[in-house]
Each structure stands twice: as C-alpha cells, then as structure tokens.
Design a protein around this ligand. Structure first.
Ligand code: ATP
Ligand code: MG
Length: 220
C-alpha cells in the first residue's frame, strides 16, 4: 500500500512549517515507520537541519544517515517525487515555502493530508485563508495545527471552537511555545530523541498520532 503524503503548507512565513516537518520526521522514524522528507523551499532551512544532523551522526561514528530518506528538489518536480517515495515509505513529509502560490498549489495537490500550522492570533488566522482555499479547490483534506499555543489561551480556545463550528478541521493536539522545539533543531535533532520526557515530546507525539489517524481516513 502506498504511504501517506503529508504536505505542511501555510502561505504565511514563520508559522512553524519546517519545525513541524522536522519533529514529525524524527518522531515517526523513531517509531520504526519508513519516512521520507522532501524540501521544496528554496530557503532550504530543512536541508540545513538535515546536513547538521548527518554531520552530528558522522561525528558520533555512524555513516551519517539521518534516519529517513531526504530529498531537496524544485517544486515543479514534487508530484513525481512524492509519488515515487510514497511507494516504499509509510509517510512522505513535504516542507513547502511561504508566499509561493504555484509551489503551494503543487504541494497541496500532492498531499493525502494538508497540515497547516497557525499561531493563535487573529492576524495569523486571516493569513491562513489562501492556504485553506487552496485545499478546498484541490479537494484535499486539511488539518489546522495551533502552534505556539500560550499557556493561558482564552483567545486560542475561542479561535479553535469557531473554526470547528465552521467545519474546518483543527487538531486537538497543540504545540506550546517551547525553546526545546527550536534548540533541538539547531543541533540537528528532534525533541522526541533529545528530550524524550519533555512536554514538547508529549505534544508532538499526541499531534503525530492524530495526524496519522486522520490521514488513514482521508474524508475531506
Ligand atoms: N512551537 C514553537 N516553539 C518555539 N519556537 C518555535 C515553535 N514553532 C516554531 N518556532 C520557531 O519559530 C521560527 C519559525 O519557525 P519555522 O522556521 O518552522 O517556520 P516556517 O513556517 O517554516 O517559516 P518559513 O515560512 O520561513 O519557511 C523558528 O525560529 C522556529 O524555531
Ligand atoms: Mg520553513
């Protein structure tokens, strides 16, 4: 059976796309799933993280393999590459660039599930609209993920219930604003391997399982 393609997309910059892809890749490959990661963002942040990861692993005496398949390609090649990798991987994670309509459309089209990180503020939510519309026109199931959820989150809670009442899928699991998510990436790692007992790991684990289950039942 072909693997699931998770495209992480959000036209707004800095919402947490690359962060999500990296931590999910480490989490799922750590669970023994065959994971492929594709970076179509010319900024190449994810590719830099993979390069650091391989370097750290080489220094530790291994062959430097990151633990998942990695591919950095131009957006126009994504459809073929995602299809190819889905043949022999359980999950293909795609990191996409901000402010790039053509690439975003291609990436959304390739997805079994579109994952859209959004920070809980009205302005960030408004900026999410083009991505939501893309998923609708491409008829792809979508799940919003609230990222950098503050501890006291009345505004975020209201936002989540409003979205849910509009029929927009919002993951129950949220990610808090946690240094661990940023720091581990700088070391080429993911929270679930570096800080397995942290709240950050609990959060990414809960989110990972929710997204996995959602992609298994892709009812738009
Ligand atoms: N939950 C979080 N807690 C703490 N820091 C976070 C969290 N999510 C993201 N960040 C930080 O916010 C910044 C932007 O995140 P990231 O690069 O993942 O966003 P992006 O959507 O990929 O950005 P771009 O649109 O430029 O590709 C990074 O410095 C990242 O470490
Ligand atoms: Mg990014």
């Amino acid at each position: 059976m072909a693997g699931r393609v998770f495209t992480v997309a959000q036209q707004k910059g800095g919402a947490g796309k690359t962060t999500l892809v990296a931590h999910l890749a480490v989490l799922w490959s750590g669970l023994g799933r065959r994971v492929a990661v594709i970076d179509i963002d010319p900024q190449g942040s994810l590719s830099r993280w993979v390069a650091i990861r391989s370097e750290v692993r080489r220094e530790a005496g291994t062959d430097g393999h990151p633990g998942f398949t990695f591919s950095q390609i131009a957006g126009w090649r994504l459809a073929t590459e995602a299809e190819r990798l889905a043949r022999d991987h359980d999950a293909v994670l795609v990191d996409s660039p901000p402010h790039a309509e053509t690439e975003a459309r291609i990436a959304v089209r390739a997805a079994s599930l579109v994952v859209v990180p959004v920070q809980p503020s009205p302005m960030d939510l408004w900026a999410t609209r083009p991505t939501l519309e893309l998923a609708v026109t491409e008829r792809r199931p979508l799940m919003l993920v609230v990222n950098r959820m503050p501890a006291r989150a009345r505004l975020a809670d209201e936002m989540i219930s409003r979205l849910t009442s509009l029929g927009i899928g919002v993951a129950e699991a949220t990610l808090g604003n946690r240094v661990a998510f940023a720091e581990t990436l700088a070391e080429g790692a993911g929270v679930s391997e570096s800080e397995p007992n942290s709240t950050a790991t609990q959060e990414i684990t809960a989110l990972g399982e929710e997204l996995w289950a959602r992609a298994a039942h892709p009812v738009a």
